[in-house]
Design a protein around this ligand. Structure first.
Ligand SMILES: [Mn+2]
Length: 243
């Protein structure tokens, strides 16, 4: 039996031309393919009511939060700043409830990009609402017009972290984020930073480090950088171990 990895879906509300004028649940195919390539069985969770979340969590072995919108700042005690991008409150609320429900189990969770940010907010951390609000100079973290599937900047991995073990202490990633982790939540620790200090990966401080968040998009890199599949393989492996 392959571990079942639940990927939380995003929701199109306004992209009428894409889904025949109807709202739709979707997951970019990159994530589905990465979970399959890593040996997991992916399923897609729609954004339903928060009360259903504990039941969903009981059904699956591991959880994947994907990229997308910003996170509503009032969920971490802040007012929106002018440069903040789009948010989708029902997604924020569902995913935060999911992180909290997974925390009550021994199951693993991987957050990619927005998913890392949601993980941090759910556990009590805060975000920068746009990179313009990060003090000091910073490198380019929105690599457009460079293809998303291409690496663009280096990160430094913490010594002893699984990232250092898999990729070495200094490795290349892609970068498609306007928001970033600001205050790290209790129970999380930083395991990678960009050269400008931006937090690029976190993990939970429990012995298994079953919660991991990465600010880059490994699912888009795996075709040209197959070693990046290790991030998904680790999720599937932990999901297979529990129980
Ligand atoms: Mn970056």
């Amino acid at each position: 039996m392959k571990p079942i990895i639940a990927i939380v879906g995003n929701q199109y509300e306004y992209a009428e031309e894409v889904f025949h004028h109807h709202p739709a649940t979707y997951v970019p195919q990159f994530y589905v393919d990465a979970v399959v390539a890593a040996g997991g069985m992916p399923v897609i969770l729609p954004l339903t009511d928060r009360d259903s979340v504990p039941e969903y969590v009981a059904q699956f072995d591991g959880f994947l939060l994907t990229g997308g919108q910003g996170v509503s700042p009032f969920l971490y005690g802040k007012e929106p700043q002018p440069l903040m991008g789009m948010t989708l409150l029902k997604r924020d609320q569902f995913e935060i409830a999911l992180v909290k429900a997974v925390q009550q189990t021994a199951k693993p969770l991987l957050g990619v990009c927005r998913g890392e940010q949601v993980l941090n907010v759910a556990l009590g951390g805060t975000l920068h609402q746009d990179i313009a609000y990060v003090p000091g100079d910073h490198i380019k973290h929105m690599q457009v017009p460079t293809p998303d599937t291409q690496v663009s900047h280096y990160v430094d991995a913490a010594a002893g972290s699984f990232l250092a073990a898999e990729f070495g202490p200094h490795f290349l990633v892609n970068s498609l984020h306007s928001q970033e982790v600001a205050d790290v939540a209790p129970g999380l620790e930083v395991i990678a930073r960009a050269s400008d200090g931006i937090i690029e990966a976190v993990q939970s401080t429990d012995a298994a480090h079953r919660f991991v968040g990465v600010q880059w998009h490994p699912e888009m890199l795996v075709q040209d950088n197959p070693e990046q599949l290790a991030i998904f393989a680790r999720l599937v492996e932990l999901a297979g171990k529990r129980g």
